[in-house]
Design a protein around this ligand. Structure first.
Ligand code: NAP
Length: 325
């Protein structure tokens, strides 16, 4: 084991928050490459890397390129871009940044919900374009939160924080997870489609990955119905975006509010064309305050690990891995 953290080489593939770079640079031997591509790492680098900090994809081949790799610290709570299952087979720890972003993302989800229902972006544009003077008051909105039942897909840390806020708005709440949650009284539904049938508003905060890919598609949107509103603050990969654009265009649902997309930063033309879609550029956690807290937790996981204290926030797939080297 290295006697000093400055002897430990940490690799950052691709861009990451500047505070992560500053923290790692002052503590470790920091190396950078353009992206998580094994071809970009020469033999010397492959031989010395013991930790990776990443915002971008870290796949199995990249993990395998570094024989001495002990830990991958993901910047963000969603770690679907990291092959954590493969890392576990190699006894490589994976950490993420839970909790420190929960309240910020829940705030953003509520902003997106209300913007979508009450058309606040379009209403402000109406004012700025001079339409208030030229044409009169902004038209009354068909959308309202009043009387709605909101279903949450992914009642975890962020989902529960959204639900707590919704309680204050006086709406009924239901949810879907793979398993019911013990400590809530909200109605549980065993599938996303069952939940969509039971409510008129969905907020999805489900993680990405194979298990949720395309979960929101034609059947789900038909079940949500013509007064239905779909909000996505989880991952773009959970949505069949073509089916969603069609449902928005033909009135299958009333409106959608989206913070995440499957091929960011590209947004499908069908969604850009939808006047009944409110589109945010993945700003769920994007305040200076919260991104700094995420940067610190990402770096602190590496410091803790290489100080022999174990990971601070391991992901479930690698929780059982102990410090072995
Ligand atoms: P979390 O505490 O792990 O909650 C995830 C929830 O999703 C759990 O309740 C889990 O319950 C449920 N879930 C997992 N797999 C599922 C599946 N296949 N089908 C249905 N439900 C499933 O995570 P979190 O901290 O709340 O974060 C949730 C997600 O939010 C992240 O993974 C990330 O993708 C997204 N996020 C987005 C932003 C943004 O900027 N827009 C910011 C932060 C996070 P079960 O295990 O019982 O299924």
């Amino acid at each position: 084991m290295s006697s000093s953290l400055s002897d430990v080489t940490i690799l950052v593939p691709g861009p990451i928050h500047p505070r992560v770079l500053a923290r790692l640079g002052e503590t470790f031997d920091l190396c950078r490459i353009e992206r998580g591509d094994p071809a970009l790492a020469d033999a010397a680098l492959r031989g010395k890397v013991r930790g990776i900090a990443s915002l971008t994809a870290v796949n199995a081949a990249f993990i395998d390129a570094f024989p001495g790799l002990e830990i991958v610290a993901n910047f963000g709570v969603g770690y679907d871009a990291i092959d954590a299952r493969h890392a576990a087979t190699r006894d490589v720890m994976v950490t993420n940044t839970p909790d420190v972003l929960t309240e910020e993302v829940a705030d953003t989800a509520i902003a997106l919900l209300l913007s979508t229902l009450r058309e606040t972006t379009k209403a402000e544009n109406w004012l700025r374009a001079g339409d208030w003077v030229a044409k009169g008051p902004y038209p009354l909105t068909r959308g309202t939160l009043r009387g709605r039942t909101v279903g949450i897909i992914g009642l975890g840390r962020i989902g529960k924080a959204i639900a707590r806020r919704l309680e204050g708005f006086g709406v009924a709440i239901a949810y879907h997870n793979r398993s019911p949650v013990d400590d809530v009284a909200y109605a549980y539904h065993a599938s996303p489609v069952d939940l969509a049938k039971a409510v008129d508003t969905i907020i999805s905060v489900a993680p990405g990955g194979a298990a949720t890919a395309g979960m929101v598609g034609t059947e789900f949107l038909a079940a949500l119905g013509p007064d239905g509103v779909f909000i996505n603050i989880g991952r773009g990969s959970t949505v069949n975006e073509e089916a969603l654009a069609k449902a928005l265009a033909d009135g299958t649902i009333l409106a959608a509010g989206l913070d995440v997309f499957s091929a960011e930063p590209k947004v499908p033309q069908g969604l850009l064309d939808a006047a009944n879609a409110t589109l945010f550029p993945h700003i769920g956690s994007a305040s200076i305050h919260t991104r700094n807290a995420m940067a610190d937790l990402c770096a602190d996981n590496l410091v803790s690990w290489f100080s022999g204290k174990g990971p601070m926030t391991p992901v479930p797939e690698t929780k059982a891995i102990n410090r072995k080297r």
